[in-house]
Design a protein around this ligand. Structure first.
Ligand SMILES: [Zn+2]
Length: 180
């Protein structure tokens, strides 16, 4: 069978040989990561995450969109329903928004590139503009604010902002964790 997944399925075969399943529970790191889908930004590797430690939501730019807010609202509800009494009284998990340097969405900050992209793909120019990360320090602050002011965010969830530098491999905290 020909598929480019073949070498990766081989790696999975190796993985499954020593695999131990993890039971459904609160994320062990008590963190939920929101970050870019960029293949150079892999939270499991960059943050050393193991299975069962942290859910990860990824999209272009790692932007806090309405869809991301919906997912976080549901996960907070689920965590509270299933495990609310086991966790600390005041917090279910911290949402860590991680934007990065050299983001491919940065081109979308340029109006003519954006117009071209909208015409070629059929996507709305406003949506493309909303996903642009030209300066990750600025966008991560805006997105932490967007999440903290959302009426859908559980008061038991805290939010922090960070920037991953592609050149150095380092993650720097831009916004300290706080509750809505
Ligand atoms: Zn990116």
């Amino acid at each position: 069978m020909m598929t480019r997944m073949n070498p990766l399925l081989g790696r999975n075969e190796q993985f499954a040989r020593t695999y131990t399943p993890v039971a459904l529970g609160l994320p062990a790191a008590q963190v939920l990561v929101v970050t870019c889908l960029d293949h150079r930004v892999e939270p499991a590797i960059v943050l050393g995450l193991q299975l069962g430690e942290a859910p990860v939501i990824r999209n272009a730019g790692g932007r806090v969109t309405p869809a991301v807010i919906d997912d976080i609202a549901y996960l907070a509800f689920l965590a509270e329903q299933l495990f609310g009494r086991q966790g600390p009284a005041d917090t279910l998990f911290e949402v860590a928004v991680v934007h990065h340097t050299q983001c491919g969405t940065g081109f979308l900050a340029d109006p003519s590139f954006r117009r071209q992209a909208a015409e070629a793909t059929g996507l709305a120019e406003a949506a493309l503009e909303a996903s642009a990360v030209a300066d990750p320090h600025t966008t991560v602050k805006a997105d932490v604010e967007r999440l903290l002011t959302s009426p859908l965010l559980s008061p038991k969830v805290s939010v922090s902002g960070h920037v991953y530098d592609i050149a150095t491999g380092r993650v720097t905290t831009t916004v300290d964790a706080r509750h809505p």
